[in-house]
Design a protein around this ligand. Structure first.
Ligand code: NI
Length: 171
């Protein structure tokens, strides 16, 4: 396992739609393991493959950040099939460091996908888990959470990161 570099807003991979995984092979398993190590080290609650520079539909979510084995969710080709309710809460993203903003997300979701054995699984999430699942699924469609903010807020955040990139500062 290895910790991978997390890409920061401004990198084009983050705004590209990721490709479906055709086969859950060794490379995908290794990628998932690296993503788990990376999100635990960050630390963060979830990570999507495009954030480590891989344009594949794969997410990892762990609300316990490595504390409870049963909390770890790895989903290949996740699809949010049910969304219920709406709750507005602050969220952030490892690819948009130090920014936290209020975003509306469903209260409850059902997500279908494959596990690392290539078997179909269904994950049900409420509250924070629903939020993180939706956030990570959005990454696979090239959508960062700041796209859900007002145009003004979004512009200010993008400007801030552009400035950091131009001055060679690591955000
Ligand atoms: Ni994110």
């Amino acid at each position: 396992m290895a910790i991978r570099e997390i890409l920061i807003i401004g990198d084009p991979i983050l705004t590209r739609k990721a490709e479906p995984v055709d086969r859950v092979d060794e490379d995908i398993v290794r990628l998932a393991e690296d993503m788990v190590e990376t999100v635990h080290a960050a630390p963060g609650l979830g990570l999507a493959a495009p954030q480590v520079g891989v344009g594949k539909r794969l997410i990892v979510v762990d609300l316990s950040v490595g504390e409870r084995k049963d909390d770890l969710i790895v989903l290949v080709n996740p699809e949010v099939v049910t969304k219920e309710g709406e709750v507005i809460c602050e969220e952030g993203c490892l690819s948009v460091p130090e920014i936290r903003e209020k975003v509306a997300r469903p209260c409850r979701v059902i997500v279908h996908g494959l596990d690392l054995k290539g078997e179909r699984v269904e994950v049900e999430g409420e509250d924070l888990l629903a939020r993180v699942l939706c956030h990570e699924a959005d990454h696979l469609d090239g959508i960062l959470f700041i796209e859900k903010l007002s145009a003004l807020k979004r512009r200010l955040i993008k400007k801030k990161f552009k400035k950091n990139a131009a001055s060679g500062k690591k955000a």
